[in-house]
Design a protein. Structure first.
Length: 211
């Protein structure tokens, strides 16, 4: 009797969630300029209806968030333009090429951004950014107060919850730091632990739409 043989063996990772982290150097001056812009907007709009953090459907609890009806990247500001062209768009292109390979050449990405400031007691509820036409979501850390983990950290929920029975963590925690850029799929559920510092935690968040 013939012995059984192996025709082929393959290991696959089903339903992967691709997250890109990129740490930039030499961005202190740029971050200072971005922080000055965003803090100025907070001073002007925090106590008005243009603070999106006041809206029930926004995940931000407390703090300040630029109005959802306006794309931050449409503002005429040298620091914003530099961040978008020199840092954000190249990272978006690289992420698309990694995930979609040759099909990425046919994608015309359009980033829609907003700014967010959290201080002592402020946090963000678990949420995702899944919406029609949205292909990537992300965050850039402009200013981050020094706090012990997990305060101010962003946690990503394991989308395959049953995998915790095989030793996988229920979440992936990322420690924020100034100059860090994170890109991830819009459906990836995430939240931000409460901040305890009185110093502002300033970020630029964005969704990348397909034109």
């Amino acid at each position: 009797m013939q012995e059984p043989g192996i025709a082929d063996t393959a290991f696959e990772v089903h339903f992967p969630v691709t997250v890109m982290q990129r740490d930039f150097t030499g961005v202190s001056d740029l971050n200072d300029a971005l922080a000055q812009l965003i803090l100025g907007m907070e001073e002007q709009f925090r106590h008005t209806e243009n603070n999106a953090a006041k809206l029930d459907h926004i995940a931000t609890e407390g703090g300040y968030q630029t109005t959802h009806g306006s794309n931050l990247f449409h503002r005429k500001n040298e620091a914003l333009t530099r961040f978008r062209t020199a840092m954000l768009m190249p990272a978006i292109r690289e992420y698309l090429e990694h995930v979609f390979e040759q099909a990425a050449a046919d994608i015309s990405p359009y980033p829609y951004g907003w700014a967010n400031i959290l201080r002592d007691g402020d946090w963000q509820r678990p949420h995702n950014h899944a919406s029609h036409g949205n292909i990537i979501s992300g965050v850039y850390y402009v200013q981050v107060p020094q706090e012990p983990e997990p305060k101010g950290c962003i946690d990503f929920l394991n989308p395959v919850s049953i995998s915790t029975h095989h030793g996988y963590s229920p979440c992936r925690r990322v420690q924020p730091q100034e100059g860090k850029l994170i890109l991830f799929p819009p459906y990836h559920v995430h939240w931000v632990h409460p901040v305890t510092s009185s110093e502002p935690r300033i970020i630029i968040a964005f969704d990348v739409m397909v034109q």
